[in-house]
Design a binder for this molecule. Sequence first.
Ligand SMILES: N[C@@H](CCC(=O)N[C@@H](CS)C(=O)NCC(=O)O)C(=O)O
Length: 229
Amino acid sequence: MTSITGLRTRWPERRAPDVYTLYYSPGTASMVVHLALLEIGAPHRLELVDVEKGAQHSGAYVALNPRGQVPTLVIDGKPYFESAALLMILAERHPEAKLAPPVGSPLRADWYQWIAFFSSSLGPAYRHWFYPLDLGSAEHPPFVREAVRRKIEDSWSLVDAHLAAGGPYMLGDDFSGADLLALMYMRWSRNMPRPVTTWPALRQFADRMRARPSWKRMYEAEGLTEWAA
Ligand SMILES: N[C@@H](CCC(=O)N[C@@H](CS)C(=O)NCC(=O)O)C(=O)O
């Protein structure tokens, strides 16, 4: 339409709703991304990667994710990997969902700190626990297993003390995406020598988070049954 000034009037562009495709495997590192999508209410498509059958190593999947791991999130036609990065990307693209505090705020700094802690300190320890082949053996020698166990449990002791002093959420009073990441890693401890639910503040946090609708919907969609009570 042409206005009286002779300039072409530009109506605000109508953006199609964001549609994401999440390549996932139930209960794995894709869980935090799935939870974030549900918290946001973003339209998304789930594509199952049958990790048990080695589908993550198929040529078609490796073309999307050269690491041959889940998750992969396709955003506007481009695939991205690393669960914590995907969480941060989604938080940034959907500020209204409040998965991240405002940029520049002190809480934003806390948010970065905890996301980096979970993904770069705790995450690799879990990976060592569940994938001894990464270090070259089908089973860890007892001293390695013990060291990895201790690293995971020390991390949870730190988070338990943090929540006890400044909870109920990782950033204090308000829920954020950092809580979704914490919850995913917490669930992975359920069959370990010391499950997180044996720490009092972690137990309370887990119960609070598992009451969220996103948790129930994710459980249904991924067909999970355990650690739901
Ligand atoms: N740092 C990666 C770790 C991803 C990862 O280890 N995914 C596991 C499932 S939890 C996987 O794909 N396992 C299959 C394999 O490595 O073959 C992330 O957080 O996205």
